[in-house]
Design a protein around this ligand. Structure first.
Ligand code: BEZ
Length: 216
């Protein structure tokens, strides 16, 4: 069987986001400072001037105001030069009328792509896969998506999981299958007999003591 080079680190949910310095389309930045007091969505794309990536990044730009309202900063990355990024941003503005004005990291030496497990050699030795990292204001990685080169992401799902994470944190609850804004949320299961008995007398929507929902 062929050996797959799997030497690159894969960050996990619950890890602190690895810090790095980067050259981006909005200037040089230190990631930990960029992340300060904000949620960050860090996403990679395989290459500038490619069709699927153009649909994805132009849509992130269209949704910029939504993410800002959610206290969330966007930052993209690909293994391309800053010159390529600038030319692509200019081209997308010209052709689609959308300015991709969030930073896009020029990761030509693959430093950040390797730090975040975006370079997955079985898929490509030279292009980042379509990764999405949801990083909270404390710098912790809270959710990770990885998509292959040939399938674009789903913006509704990106927005849904961000809101689910933020709502879960704010309300100390968990989010059921297909949760969306306005739906009931899961109350954490009781861990003592006393709490279980209390729950039986509550007005939660209850299937059993361990599966209860409430409005928020
Ligand atoms: C695209 O974005 O269209 C694309 C990029 C790399 C490989 C395949 C498709």
């Amino acid at each position: 069987m062929e050996t797959i080079n799997n030497a690159y680190a894969m960050p996990r949910i619950g890890d602190m986001a690895p810090d790095f310095d980067a050259t981006t389309t909005t200037g040089k930045l230190k990631f930990s400072e960029f992340n300060k007091d904000k949620w960050v969505i860090l996403f990679s794309h395989p290459a500038d001037f490619t069709p699927v990536c153009t649909t994805e990044l132009s849509e992130f730009a269209r949704q910029q105001d939504y993410f800002t309202a959610q206290n969330t900063k966007l930052i993209g990355l690909s293994i391309d030069s800053i010159h390529s990024h600038m030319a692509w941003v200019h081209n997308v503005k010209e052709k689609l009328g959308v300015l991709m004005n969030f930073p896009i990291i020029a990761d030509i030496d693959m430093h950040v792509a390797k730090l975040y497990g975006m370079l997955q050699p079985g898929e490509s030795q030279t292009a980042a896969v379509r990764a999405v990292f949801f990083i909270d204001p404390t710098g912790k990685i809270r959710l990770i998506m990885y998509y292959p080169l040939n399938v674009g992401r789903n913006m509704d799902e990106v927005k849904r999981v961000l809101l689910a994470l933020q709502t879960s944190d704010a309300n100390k609850c968990a989010m059921p299958l297909n949760w969306k804004q306005g739906d009931k949320v899961i109350v954490p299961p009781p861990t003592t007999v006393e709490a279980m008995t209390e729950r039986e007398n509550s007005n939660y929507e209850m299937v059993d003591f361990y599966l209860a929902k409430r409005e928020i």
